[in-house]
Design a binder for this molecule. Structure first.
Ligand code: NOJ
Ligand code: NOJ
Length: 563
């Protein structure tokens, strides 16, 4: 008797809690949509000076100055709008989407410090809001941008094709998408600054979104009668490489930088490569896969003790989360978009479990599920079983908890900045972050059970033989004149097969030491040379070619002096 009264009481509490999350979602949804649109030029109320279709990251002009356009932020934002348009949720968005593709096509052609459209410029992370190049020092290149932009534009292309406008796709959209896909296929294995623009190494998010773009790019290429051979081959190679980030406990999001690698990079990758038809596939780290769930627990738990506002919260309840536990940027506080991403991964998982009518607990995901049922055992639980019912309702409640945490620290006008203070919960850093609003819109629709169209993630297989690679760092001492740069070329595809046009630019961050890290085939001998480029003129090092003997595993550093 007393027990059942307690259950009724708990039921009421859970119900009241989910109603308060409902009411936040209902009021915040339209505010987030309006906040996002306000940051798009030329007519957005906070985007003065931005060209048509240009997304500003935030209207903040100091501390930090975010009045620029990032390819990553813009592509994620427009993916939301394109999904709303193609699903019929908002049919008014088409002119804005057309502005976006025109603006991005111009940015592609804008020469910048990463290069020209054919020599690496597509990896440039950010531009001025009038569409001109940003030329100050920055963490460049960032190779997720072209992949994310291709993903957004492919979603639009697929809708246009289904609606009788294949001509426009073939003539106008495909050439733009192809530039990005070719860049991804050519360069995905090279090192990159991560999505936080801090570490130049391999980044899980970047590899994951690159893999996705190549798969859906291949499908679109075939539909248009174009060749997809390169995309298919490199998608397989990228999927091989994606497996190497898993350390048996969690996803090591960055291979460099000396951090734990526990990072919302991995959670964002899971939600932005979610395919509702891919089940709980762990090779693509789908939201309900055992690896992605185990990783999610490690990630969430890493913030329990470091943020004051998480004090006193039960170890299996939702907390505020940030980019990564070691973060110090603007104080290293919780981020709205990171905390929403946790909820979104869980709602995505629930969509698939309900769709497939079962949920599987493995030895890898056991610690995740034990948070909700201490005596749960590995196995498959069918919909309707008491285990399935209690786990899915506890997980939905857990997911709602992350929304409730963000709701608690959302000011009454609904504005979403970038971060909120780890001790006081006060919003901080960039105001009205466009990406924060986008992250609210995607999590709210996942909570309603809505999934984006598939990208072809179902049934993808890791190739039977994966070429293993070793990160090799090349350092070369070279004095140069202003405007002159040092590049690397060599005998393997990763070193551009001796092509001077596609040679890899080294970083001069530690001038006169020029550096780059490249993944080269393990256990192999690779020929290479450095070249100089000045005013388009190429100077080779003297003969003979240099050779690096790449070890079978680990890392390797080659120190040279210009010859
Ligand atoms: C800093 C974030 O780390 C990066 O991911 C983002 O692209 C820019 N701010 C702009 O929002
Ligand atoms: C042509 C260059 O002239 C030479 O110096 C270089 O070593 C080779 N390409 C690659 O074998």
């Amino acid at each position: 008797m007393r027990l059942s009264a307690a259950f009724v009481f708990l039921g009421l509490v859970v119900n009241a809690f989910s109603q308060s999350v409902d009411s936040y979602v209902n009021t915040e949804g339209p505010i987030a949509k309006a906040g996002l649109l306000a940051n798009i030029g030329p007519n957005g109320s906070k985007a003065h000076g931005a060209k048509a279709g240009i997304v500003i990251a935030s209207p903040s002009t100091s501390n930090p100055n975010y009045l620029y356009t990032w390819v990553r932020d813009s592509s994620l934002v427009f993916k939301v709008l394109i999904d709303q348009f193609t699903s019929g949720a908002d049919t008014s968005l088409r002119p804005l989407i057309d502005d976006f593709l025109t603006a991005e096509a111009r940015l592609q052609q804008t020469s910048n410090p990463s290069g020209t459209v054919t020599s690496g410029g597509l990896g440039e992370p950010k531009f001025n809001i009038d569409g001109t190049a940003f030329t100050d020092p920055w963490g460049r290149p960032q190779r997720d941008g072209p992949a994310l932009r291709a993903t957004a534009l492919i979603a639009y292309a697929n809708w246009l094709r289904a609606n009788g406008n294949t001509t426009f796709v073939s003539n106008t959209l495909w050439p733009i998408i192809k530039l990005d896909l070719d860049y991804v296929a050519d360069t995905w294995s090279q090192s990159t600054f991560d999505l936080w623009e801090e570490i130049d190494s391999d980044s899980f998010f970047t590899t994951a979104v690159q893999h996705r773009s190549l798969r859906e790019g291949s499908i679109l290429a075939n539909a248009l009668g174009q060749s997809s051979n390169d995309y298919d081959a490199e998608a397989g190679n990228a999927l091989c490489f994606l497996q190497t980030y898993w350390n048996t406990k969690y996803i090591v999001s960055n291979t460099g930088g000396g951090r734990s690698g526990i990072d919302s990079n991995s959670v964002l990758a899971s939600i932005h490569t979610f395919d509702v038809n891919a089940g709980c596939d762990a090779t693509t780290f789908q939201p309900c896969s055992d690896k992605a769930l185990a990783n999610l627990k490690v990630y969430v738990d890493s913030f329990r003790s470091i943020y004051g506002i998480n004090n006193g919260i039960a170890p299996n309840a939702a907390v505020a989360t940030g980019r990564y536990p070691e973060d110090v940027y603007f104080g290293g506080h919780p981020w709205y978009l990171s905390t929403f991403a946790v909820a979104e991964q869980l709602y995505d998982a629930l969509i698939v479990w309900n769709k497939q009518g079962s949920l599987t607990v493995t030895s890898i995901s056991l610690p995740f599920f034990q948070q909700f049922s201490s005596d749960i055992a590995p196995g498959t639980y069918a919909a309707g079983s008491s285990q399935f019912n209690s786990l899915t309702s506890a997980i939905r409640n857990f997911a709602d908890g992350f929304i409730a945490v963000n709701a608690k620290y959302t000011p009454s006008n609904g504005a979403l900045d970038e971060q909120y203070d780890r001790n006081t919960g006060k919003p901080t850093s960039a105001v009205d972050l466009t990406w924060s609003y986008a992250s609210a819109l995607t999590v709210f629709s996942a909570r309603k059970g809505v999934a984006s169209p598939s990208w072809g993630g179902a049934g993808v297989k890791v190739p039977s033989t994966c070429a293993t690679t070793v990160p090799v760092t090349f350092n070369v001492q070279a004095t140069t004149q202003l405007g002159e740069d040092i590049f690397l070329v060599g005998s393997v595809p990763a070193l551009q097969n001796w092509s001077t046009d596609k040679a890899l630019l080294l970083s001069a961050a530690n001038y006169p030491t020029w550096s780059i890290t490249v993944n080269l085939p393990a256990n192999s001998a690779v020929q290479y040379k450095f070249i100089r480029k000045f005013n388009g003129q190429v100077t080779w090092e003297s003969d003979p070619n240099r050779q690096v003997n790449v070890p079978a595993s680990g890392t390797f550093t080659e120190n040279d002096t210009w010859r």
